[in-house]
Design a protein around this ligand. Structure first.
Ligand code: KIV
Ligand code: ZN
Length: 515
C-alpha cells in the first residue's frame, strides 16, 4: 500500500462532465475553465476526447497550448485511430497524458465490445504500448471495473503496467459499488497485482447511488492516490465525484484521513460558478460546499450559536471555499480602473478588450441597482465571458405587459452573424412573447423544456439568473443569462442555449462512446 499521502486531483469536467446531456462547452469556454483549474492547482486536466469531434480535438489542442503547470490529458479508446488523434491533439502540451480505456466486465465485453476476454487483454497491451509512443505518461482505465471478475481485472492491470501505464484507473462506471466493497477492491489489487507499486492507482466514481464521493474517499484510504472528479459533480446521469466535496472532506477531516491535495480551495466557489454559467447547469441550493445555502443559517437557535462561536454550526469557514461576506463593492460612480482592480481582487485576470463588455454592463447595473455586491459582479463577468464569441447576440428588448393588455408584446433586436435584425411577437405572458420574438429571428425548431429563475442576491432589485433547457432533434442544451431585468436575463439565457445548439449541430459523437 502507498505510504505517500499526496492525492492527485484529476479533473474531468471538460470530458466526462461534458458528456452530461446538454452540458456542451466550446473551445474558448474550455480554455477559460482550464485556466481556472490550473490556477486552483489541479494536477491533471482531462480536456476532452480528441477523436469525438473536430470541436473536441480543437479544445484539447487549445488547452494544451495555454496550460503549462497542470498535465493536459485526452481520452482515447483502445484503437489506433483514437490514440493517434489524442497524441496529435496533445502535441503542444508541456506536460501531456494519454488516457486509454477498454471495458473489462463480462457484460460490457460480451454486449458492447463483442470481444473475448483474451482479445480485450491483448487490446490493453497494444493500446498502452501505442500510447507510450506519444508520451511516457499513459493512464489505462478498466471501464466497468467494479463489475469485472477480480482475476481478470488483476491480469489486465498487471498487463497495462507492464506495457508502460504509469496510472491505472479502476472506474465505478455505473455508480454501482459501495464504500466498503470499493475499499476491498482497491486493497485486493494492492495485494494481488505484483507490479502495482510501479503505478499510481486512480479512482473514478459515478454518482448513481449518491456514493461517488464516499466511494472515492474509501478508495483513498485503501491506497489510491489519484481521484478523478468534476466541478459541481457534473457528469452523465447522476454525475461524477464532486471535486469540491472530495477536496473539502480531505481538508476538513485531516484528523481522520491524513491526506493532502494541491488544491487552492479558496478558488472553489469561483470555479463552481464559472462551470455552472458555461454549461447552464444551475447548482442546487442545498448542494454541499457550493450550494447557495451551504453556509446559510436560518433557524434562530443556529443563528444564536453562530453569533457566539461559528464553530457551533460550521465545520469549515466560508472563506476556505472562497466565499466572502457579501461585500458592498461599488456604485455607479466607480470607474473602469476601480472595476478592474475589483476584478483582480476577486481573482479575475482579463485583458483590456475582455473587460469592456463587463464594465458596460456593470455601469448599466449600477444605474438600476442601488447596491452592487461581489455576487453581482461574478454573475455579470461570467455572463459576459460566456457570450464573447456567440454568433447570435442580444441587442435590445422592449416588452408591453400587465393586466391592461390583451396580449403581451415583445419587440426585440438581435445581432446575428454581425447583422442587426428586429422582430415583434405576442405571447401568453411576457416571457413567452420574448421567446416567440427570438424564434421569429432564428430558424431553429427547438422546444423549451425547462425555464428557471433565481435571484443572485436578496432584495427586489436583485439581478435575475435565468436557466433554460432547449431540445432539438433529441439533443438538449442548457443556457444561462443574468441581468437586473428578468426578461432581458430570460432572452440572454435563451440566446445562449441557441448558440450552443448551433455548435452542437457541428458535433458528431463517435459510436460506442460510453461513461
Ligand atoms: O466512467 C468511466 O468508466 C469512464 C472511463 C472512460 C474512465 O469515464
Ligand atoms: Zn466516467
Amino acid at each position: 500500500m502507498s505510504t505517500n499521502n499526496r492525492v492527485l486531483i484529476f479533473d474531468t469536467t471538460m470530458r466526462d462532465g461534458e458528456q452530461s446531456p446538454g452540458a456542451s462547452m466550446n473551445r474558448d469556454e474550455k480554455i477559460r475553465i482550464a485556466k481556472t483549474l490550473e490556477e486552483m492547482g489541479v494536477d491533471i486536466i482531462e480536456a476532452g476526447f480528441a477523436i469525438a469531434s473536430q470541436g473536441d480535438f480543437d479544445a484539447v489542442e487549445a488547452v494544451s497550448k495555454v496550460v503549462t503547470e497542470s498535465i493536459v490529458c485526452s481520452l482515447a479508446r483502445s484503437g489506433r485511430a483514437d490514440i493517434e488523434r489524442a497524441g496529435e491533439a496533445l502535441r503542444h502540451a508541456k506536460r501531456k497524458r494519454i488516457h486509454t480505456f477498454i471495458a473489462t466486465s463480462p457484460l460490457h465485453m460480451r454486449v458492447k465490445l463483442q470481444m473475448e476476454p483474451e482479445t480485450v487483454l491483448q487490446a490493453v497491451i497494444d493500446s498502452v504500448t501505442r500510447a507510450r509512443q506519444y508520451t511516457d505518461d499513459v493512464e489505462w482505465s478498466a471501464e466497468d471495473a467494479t463489475r469485472t471478475d477480480h482475476d481478470f481485472l488483476c491480469r489486465c492491470v498487471e498487463a497495462a503496467i507492464s506495457a508502460g501505464a504509469k496510472t491505472v484507473n479502476i472506474p465505478d462506471t455505473v455508480g454501482y459499488t459501495v464504500p466498503d466493497e470499493y475499499h476491498a477492491l482497491i486493497k485486493m489489487l494492492f495485494n494481488r497485482v505484483p507490479n502495482i507499486d510501479k503505478a499510481i492507482v486512480s479512482v473514478h466514481c459515478h454518482n448513481d447511488l449518491g456514493l461517488a464521493v464516499a466511494n472515492s474517499l474509501a478508495a483513498v484510504q485503501a491506497g489510491a492516490r489519484q481521484v478523478e472528479c468534476t466541478i459541481n459533480g457534473l457528469g452523465e446521469r447522476a454525475g461524477n465525484c464532486a471535486m469540491e466535496e472530495v477536496v473539502m472532506a480531505l481538508r476538513t477531516r485531516k484528523d481522520h484521513m491524513p491526506y493532502i491535495t494541491g488544491i487552492k480551495t479558496e478558488l472553489i466557489t469561483r470555479a463552481s460558478h464559472l462551470v455552472s454559467t458555461i454549461t447552464g447547469f444551475p447548482v442546487q441550493p442545498n448542494k454541499a460546499i457550493v450550494g447557495a445555502n451551504a453556509f446559510a443559517h436560518e433557524a434562530g437557535i443556529h443563528q444564536d450559536g453562530m453569533l457566539k462561536d461559528a464553530n457551533t454550526y460550521e465545520i469549515m469557514t466560508p472563506e476556505s471555499v472562497g466565499l466572502r461576506k457579501s461585500n458592498l463593492v461599488m456604485g455607479k460612480h466607480s470607474g473602469r480602473h476601480a472595476f478592474r482592480a475589483k476584478l483582480e481582487e476577486m481573482g479575475y485576470n482579463f485583458g483590456d478588450n475582455a473587460i469592456n463588455d463587463a464594465f458596460k454592463r456593470f455601469k448599466d447595473l449600477a444605474d438600476k441597482k442601488k447596491d452592487v455586491y461581489d455576487e453581482d459582479i461574478i454573475a455579470l463577468v461570467d455572463d459576459a465571458v460566456v457570450r464573447e464569441n456567440e454568433r447570435i447576440k442580444f441587442v435590445s428588448l422592449e416588452v408591453i405587459c400587465g393586466t391592461k393588455v390583451a396580449k403581451q408584446t415583445a419587440e426585440l433586436e438581435l445581432e446575428i452573424d454581425g447583422v442587426v435584425k428586429s422582430a415583434k411577437a405576442t405571447g401568453d405572458g411576457p416571457v413567452d412573447a420574448t421567446f416567440n420574438a427570438i424564434k421569429q429571428l432564428t430558424t431553429s425548431t427547438q422546444h423549451l423544456q425547462i425555464y428557471q429563475v433565481h435571484a443572485v442576491t436578496g432584495g427586489t432589485d436583485a439581478q435575475a439568473e435565468v436557466t433554460v433547457r432547449l431540445e432539438e432533434n433529441g439533443k438538449t442544451v442548457m443556457g444561462q443569462g443574468a441581468d437586473a431585468d428578468t426578461l432581458v436575463a430570460s432572452a440572454r439565457a435563451y440566446i445562449n442555449a441557441l448558440n450552443k445548439l448551433l455548435v452542437k449541430r457541428e458535433k458528431t459523437a463517435p459510436a460506442a462512446l460510453s461513461a
